[in-house]
Design a protein around this ligand. Structure first.
Ligand SMILES: CSC[C@H]1O[C@@H](n2cnc3c(O)ncnc32)[C@H](O)[C@@H]1O
Ligand SMILES: [Zn+2]
Length: 424
């Protein structure tokens, strides 16, 4: 199968050069980017007045949590989790979670996300949805043992069951990742076992780290050190680890993350909404740490829109540093695309020959995106997910002119209302 995208403003290569050109996709790869490509293709997309952008990599989410959107707002993390979210999650079934996963997949495709890193329950159901939706997913079962050895074994067994399930799908798009929830919910034994298993099976790890001051206090009380020093001391950290949040990091923590090649998934909306704090973006980037962008779940954001997330990241760090040159549009755009792909070892996140054909086409024929003075600026500061018109993953069109081709939008919206009626 081939796709020819004609006459768009193409965000090209690592340096985000914007060129008026055509893009030719064959099978799942970008094979040519040039002016006036004169070749036939199975599908031709007219991108006049539109921007051909790399698809977005959401480096941290809990995709089924859209089910809980709006049910617990305006709370700090620990109250939000313990008093509201965890009691609701205790009632989740595989069927309910699957409906939530469909809702999340729908939202991501409609806002130009092509790859996501997920942590949740019933991940075999999430894997089925990911496969069907056409998205690229890195899926982890969120492990929590609260120091109970019996629970440690159960959680490891469930993670291994999900790993086997996902590996047997034998998909290039759907991958298993280990997901110990956080240093405050996982024992040292569990964290060490995850490290051992990730080495043995060659899998990535994702984990919430240093999100709130409460966490820093809890870990200091329990272990007498910071969460990052703790993870370093037990040999957990390596370049296959993606930590979510990294808000409360001191200089020593940042040096440790840089030394091990750890990636940080920044979640500005969630950090602001839960009032967790402001992560030290500039200091992390200066130390050479790879920083990607995530939305966190839809109950703490409250959506999965990576275009909105870019704007929030840029604005947050400008005002926090009282410096408008911090978190400039190009830096933030790279975080949302190529930095995320780098964390996953994925040849994606750029429009470039031989890269995976993961693309979002954004319609600039709109008042808030004219005149087209600066494409990257418009993508970060002016656009939002509703401006995404077409989403392509692995050389397959998932949404064309805002029409979903892999999922039944109306059914998903109806199922979501039914399920939440039964759950609450
Ligand atoms: C065990 S599956 C994942 C687990 O994480 C919870 N969660 C959602 N957002 C956050 C966050 O910002 N910090 C910590 N934990 C979070 C989610 O509700 C699930 O219980
Ligand atoms: Zn999270």
């Amino acid at each position: 199968m081939s796709i020819l995208i004609k006459n768009g403003y193409v965000v090209y290569g690592e340096n985000l050069e914007v060129i008026k050109a055509d893009v030719l996709i064959e099978s799942n790869k970008i094979v040519e980017v040039a002016k006036n490509i004169n070749k036939s293709a199975d599908t031709v997309i007219d991108a006049k007045g539109k921007v051909v952008s790399p698809g977005f990599v959401n480096l941290h989410t809990h995709s089924p949590m859209g089910l809980f959107r709006g049910l617990a707002d305006d709370l700090p993390l620990m109250d939000w989790l313990r008093e509201h979210i965890w009691p609701k999650e205790a009632k989740l079934t595989r069927e309910y979670t699957k409906v939530g996963a469909y809702l999340g997949a729908l939202e991501m495709i409609k806002s130009g996300t092509t790859t996501f890193v997920d942590m949740y329950f019933f991940m075999d159901a999430v894997a089925e949805v990911t496969l069907e939706s056409g998205l690229r997913g890195y899926l982890s079962y969120g492990m929590i043992d609260l120091g109970d050895p019996e629970k440690t074994e159960k959680e490891v067994n469930e993670a291994l069951r999900i790993m086997k399930f996902i590996d047997e799908l034998d998909s290039d798009r759907v991958h298993f990742v280990f997901g110990p929830h956080a240093p405050y919910t996982c024992s040292i034994a569990l964290l060490k076992e995850v490290r051992r298993l990730a080495n043995e099976h060659g899998k990535l790890i994702t984990i919430h780290v240093s999100e709130t001051m409460a966490e820093i206090g809890q870990i200091a009380e329990r272990y007498g050190k910071s969460p990052v020093v703790l993870l370093d001391d037990i040999g957990f950290l390596a370049d296959d680890v993606i930590i979510a949040h990294g808000v409360w990091l001191d200089s020593r923590d940042i040096q440790i993350l840089a030394r091990h090649g750890v990636t940080v998934a920044h979640n500005p909306a969630s950090n602001m909404k839960l009032a967790s704090g402001v992560m030290p973006l500039q200091r992390l980037l200066n130390a050479g740490v790879n920083v990607g962008l995530g939305t966190d779940g839809s109950a703490s954001n409250n959506n999965l829109d990576m275009l909105e997330e870019m704007k929030l990241a840029a604005l947050l760090h400008k005002v926090h540093n009282l410096n408008p040159t911090v978190a400039d549009a190009r830096t933030v755009f790279k975080m949302a695309t190529q930095n995320g792909a780098r964390a996953l070892g994925l040849k994606a996140g750029m429009i470039r020959e031989s890269y995976l054909a993961d693309i979002a086409i954004i319609d600039f024929n709109k008042p808030h995106l004219r005149p087209i003075n600066n494409v990257i600026s418009h993508l970060v500061y002016s656009a939002n997910g509703n401006d995404v018109e077409t989403t392509i993953v692995d050389g397959k069109v998932l949404m064309l002119d805002r029409e979903l081709l892999t999922l039944d939008e109306e059914k998903i919206l109806n199922d979501t209302e039914r399920v939440i009626g039964e759950l609450t």
